[in-house]
Design a protein around this ligand. Sequence first.
Ligand code: PHE
Length: 457
Amino acid sequence: MEKKRGQWNTRSAFVLAAIGSAAGLGNAWRFPYTAYANGGGAFLIPYFVALFTAGIPLIILEYAVGHKTQQGAPGAFKKIKETWEGLGWWAVLISFVIMSYYGAIMAWIWKYLAGSFSVAWKSGVADYFYKEVLHLSSGPGELGGFSIPVLIGIVITWAFIYYILRNGVTGVGKVVMFTVPVPVILLIVLAIRAVTLPGAIEGLTYYLQPDFSVLTDPQVWLAAYGQVFFSLSLGFGIMIAYASYLPEDSDITNNALITTFANCGISFLSGFGIFGTLGYMAQAKGVAVSEVVDAGVGLAFVTYPEAISLLPGGPVAQTIFALVFFLILLTLGIDSAFSITESVIAGFDDKWPGKKKKVIQLVCLSGLGAGLLFATKGGLYWLDIIDHFVNGFGLAVVGLFECIIIGWVYGPKNLREYINPISEIKIGAWWDIMIKYITPLILIWSVVNSVIQEFSK
Ligand code: PHE
């Protein structure tokens, strides 16, 4: 008997959930730095080229594959070609790995949110992060028991993810009505406050001043592709799983474009709040902006909190600023966490249909269980190591094989003929060329480059 697949309640629920997945921590802590390090304003050129030659073609592909097959990644590729199920499981495996450490990052955010009320890191943020929050050991070989704050944070995060996902994606459709607009509003508030700080202009100059000479550097182009790929949550099976819950008559290309451009806007906006504040911090410390810039974990949990503790206006103003910043991270991160968990759930639910409740419980429990590694005192080392490999190789490989299966096995024209009748914006033969030649060639280049970089260290 055909079981009825859970569905999004409204089109906006799907679109918001997809934007929620795409707009994650990477928008705040990866995009601004990547732009700064790769030509400032000039980075927008490779970035948009990457969007049109890889990001948009692939998000359309993932939506179409999910929508057409009504399956998560493994079932979807299996339906397209029996022998390709493994590709979907590879995507699910990557999702599982990332979801397990996402819980730890969310845990740190909870801890900082609680600490915001007293600006708890005031007397030394590095000590606060590495000692009080992480209780960091001396290396990955030494796990050294659990950091209690991180452990508690992980449990809270998983309880929350389970609560939202326990009845399928409809729960996600409801929370994203808040978790997508809230960070956007708060990012605007943050940007306004940041750019009116003394020294902000100097920071923004670092973010935006174009240096066109970098455009001849292949690494800058690869950075743009990497950013686009990661930012649109491609190659995780996420967009396939989310699109599999769409009703039959849903538009594909329009939804893909809305997701893409909303995500770009959120990335670009983040840079103002980040670099405005960094400009202030550099001035307050009497150093160049380049001395304080940072990305990723270091930016969010060390540099930026330190900047907050240097802000004018006393403890109340600093607390408000800190709450705004960590609420942004929390709301950006949590719906990315839902999406990545759902990618895993969809994979197993399709494989063993009819036991969705059990699958959800098991997936959440395993995410929590695997996440315990990152709650140990050696957790940060493991997070770095795993993140490096997953992002360097995992995603691009999935994207590459997606292009091969649709471009060379199934036929891009066949998928396009499925997409166009249900979509308002029609895609032309350019899409076939992208999926068949351009996008896979770029992905091969990117994987080969990662391998070379790895061995030339
Ligand atoms: N797209 C998210 C970001 O830019 C990252 C992400 C990765 C989200 C994996 C979900 C899953 O931060």
